[in-house]
Design a protein around this ligand. Sequence first.
Ligand code: THU
Length: 128
Amino acid sequence: MKDQELIDAAMAAQQCCYCPYSSFPVSAALLTSSGKVFTGVNVENASYGLTICAERVAVGTAVAAGERSFETLVVVVKGGGSPCGACRQVLNEFAPKLRILMVNQEGEIVQEANLDDLLPQAFGPHSL
Ligand code: THU
């Protein structure tokens, strides 16, 4: 799959973000090794701390569909910022070297990185 298709999927998901408290929409699209795409959006809550990030929604949706092997993640966020620490940790569980494209709300790639650069010396399944 071309990067642009994954970016398009993540951009389309922006309209589903539920962020009435922060007004900070974040969406994601995760490409599996089998070629499927799972999207996620941030889902906020009136009990603010229960908010779930877009990346973790995408991972959870994919895992619930039986997918555990991931190639690329696109995150769409204002300015093309990088995933939070909690999301890095959850992504590391399944794809320690995941390729991550950070895309701004105009659909432009602002940064590209591999997860092991964003989360060095990670604690993962092999640490147990
Ligand atoms: N957010 C994400 O969805 N992913 C991240 O990696 C960082 C933050 C969301 C959570 C909250 O709804 C909003 O962005 C502001 O923090």
